[in-house]
Design a protein around this ligand. Structure first.
Ligand SMILES: NC(=O)c1ccc[n+]([C@@H]2O[C@H](COP(=O)([O-])OP(=O)(O)OC[C@H]3O[C@@H](n4cnc5c(N)ncnc54)[C@H](O)[C@@H]3O)[C@@H](O)[C@H]2O)c1
Ligand SMILES: O=C(O)C[C@H](O)C(=O)O
Ligand SMILES: [Mg+2]
Length: 529
């Protein structure tokens, strides 16, 4: 009972429980309450020197007492979210091997590829309903972290519990350890992962196929979230498996719904219709092109035909403005490429058409960054944008803080306070919205599970985006509800997503089971049994 984080209550075991379970002597005599335990852990957190050590402390608490961990998190989400999730989880992944203590979730390593079904057969996993899986190759904007990427599935699933009320016994973080191309990790004597260059190509595909087949056989109906896979794999796996497994890619689809929902909230604030926006995306990888495709759908829903919708969007990637005559564009970028003849009237020096040239000529009303390039939204770019529109909407979405395209205080300063600013990571700047997919994935997951959905459709993500955009704000100038409201946000989104699942013909539960009260009643709260 004491060693299992799902049953441990620490000093909160009552006198009667200590009698019945033979716990006298193993615990100090004081009988505490959940509140007193929270106060004790808060005092420790307050006394710690830095956030990385707070992260490590919270990870150990999660591995010793899940109710207390979640009660502490929920009691102060604005303070705890940045410690168990973005941005601190980034350093948690980089230094994962240093702080590895106890098993959580599953490492499915390539050398163990013939054992996947055996590993999944563990009866301790019988209750699993939600899996978040990564192969650690694109951890936030920090690149390949190999096995250390496990910090991300653990963090995302902590939020499934905190925001969507999924019971801690029902979540399973998985790291597909196919090696790492990060030499610093591989050469570190403390590295806990498989010391091998990444497996790629047909071997990688066969390994993931074996993994999906084993998951499908062991957990029918499980919801699987693909997380922090590098660009091409992110797209390929989503397309290959979304029809076979109840699954979605959070970086492509969750981020798209988050950015679209926040943009819908922004245009409600400015009064300028979506169809009038000129949108520049900086970084057209998984997140950027996912956002672009959802914006195309939103523009079509707002009345444009597809060609006109695509005319509202310009993508800039590492080779500059994405143009249709650039050889070997990945398919997601080819769909966004502009015709080079459009550049006829542009003012610019010959050569590469970078972000500044694009902003000067397009005069965007919306600028979204998903490039992982720190400082890419520099003063000349932002001043050029501010000269061309009254209320620039600027979302530097890249995480963690060290990879953000701009500091939000600079964006406000360079635009004379006129910009509507949203950042992927929390910066603690008043009036700035945190535009992070934590606003979307818990609600989508909860809604899909509640509906007994057989697939997560694009329509379900659009319903999530529209709901997010309609929820109102924190009353402090930001565009979305505050972090304290994330649980209520997840419920509202879940209801909309479940209803859309019914409309899309993928729900197996009857519509009357999907009312808000029925879904809310399924949401777990951290209290001792
Ligand atoms: N706020 C959120 O909720 C959220 C969600 C998903 C991703 N992100 C962040 O977005 C970033 C990108 O994630 P991703 O999944 O799209 O990764 P990705 O690797 O698929 O895409 C990154 C893209 O940026 C491009 N790029 C790299 N250097 C560039 C440069 N100098 N100029 C222009 N483009 C450049 C790459 O070519 C690539 O197309 C990460 O930092 C991630 O943390 C944030
Ligand atoms: O993890 C986050 O904070 C958001 C997003 O999924 C990312 O990869 O950056
Ligand atoms: Mg991610």
């Amino acid at each position: 009972m004491l060693a299992d984080p799902l049953t441990n209550k620490g000093t909160a075991f009552t006198a009667a429980e200590r009698d019945a379970l033979g716990l006298h002597g193993l615990l100090p005599p004081h009988v505490g309450t959940l509140d007193s335990q929270i106060a004790r852990r808060r005092r420790v957190l307050d006394g710690m020197a830095d956030d990385f050590h707070r992260y490590a402390f919270l990870r150990e608490l999660q591995d010793s007492n899940e109710v207390l961990f979640h009660a502490l998190v929920q009691a102060d989400l604005p303070r705890l979210l940045p410690l168990v999730y973005t941005p601190t989880v980034g350093e948690g992944c980089e230094r994962f091997s240093e702080i590895w203590r106890r098993p959580r979730g599953l490492f499915l390593s390539y050398p163990n590829r013939t054992r996947i079904a055996d590993i999944l057969a563990d009866p301790a996993l019988d209750r699993v309903k939600v899996i978040v899986v990564s192969d650690g190759e694109r951890i936030l904007g920090l690149g390949d972290q190999g096995a250390g990427g496990m910090g991300i599935p653990i963090g995302k699933l902590a939020l499934y519990t905190a925001c969507a009320g999924i019971h801690p016994a029902e979540v399973l973080p998985i790291l597909l350890d196919v090696g790492t191309d990060n030499a610093a990790r591989r050469d570190d004597p403390l590295y806990v992962g498989w010391r091998n260059p990444r497996i790629r190509g047909a071997e990688y595909d066969a390994f993931v196929e074996d993994f999906v087949a084993a998951v499908h056989a062991r957990f029918p109906g499980v919801l699987l979230q693909w997380e922090d896979f590098a660009g091409k794999n992110a797209y390929d796996l989503l397309e290959r498996y979304r029809g076979r497994l109840l699954s979605f890619n959070d970086d492509i689809q969750g981020t798209a719904a988050t950015a679209t929902g926040t943009l819908l909230a922004a245009i409600r604030r400015t009064g300028q219709p979506l169809t009038d926006q000129r949108i520049v995306l900086f970084g057209a990888g998984a997140a950027g092109s996912g956002i672009a495709e959802m914006l195309v759908r939103a523009l079509i829903a707002a009345g444009l035909d597809e060609a006109a919708a695509r005319q509202r969007i310009w993508a800039v990637d590492r080779d500059g403005l994405v143009l249709s005559d650039i050889p070997r564009l990945p398919p997601q970028q080819a769909a966004l490429a502009r015709d080079p003849t459009e550049l006829a009237g542009w003012t610019m020096a010959p050569g590469r058409i970078g972000l500044l040239e694009t902003v000067v000529n397009v005069r965007p009303t919306v600028l979204i960054g998903a490039s992982g390039q720190m400082g890419a939204f520099g003063e000349p770019v932002i001043r050029a944008m501010a000269a061309g529109c009254e209320r620039p909407v600027i979302f530097p979405l890249s995480n963690p803080i060290s990879r953000a395209e701009a500091h939000p205080a600079d964006l406000l300063a360079w635009t004379g306070g006129r910009a509507l600013v949203g950042t992927g990571s929390p910066f603690g700047v008043a009036g700035v919205t945190q535009v992070n997919n934590v606003y979307i994935f818990p609600g989508v997951g909860l809604g899909a599970l509640a509906a007994g959905a057989t697939a997560v459709t694009d329509g379900m993500f659009m319903a999530a985006a529209e709901t997010l955009g309609s929820l109102g704000d924190a009353g402090d100038g930001s565009l979305l509800p505050p972090i304290t409201a994330l649980r209520a946000v997840a419920l509202r989104i879940a209801v909309a997503v479940a209803a859309q699942a019914v409309r899309d013909g993928v729900a197996t539960m009857p519509a009357d089971a999907l009312a808000a009260e029925r879904i809310a009643a399924q949401m777990w709260l951290p209290v001792y049994d």
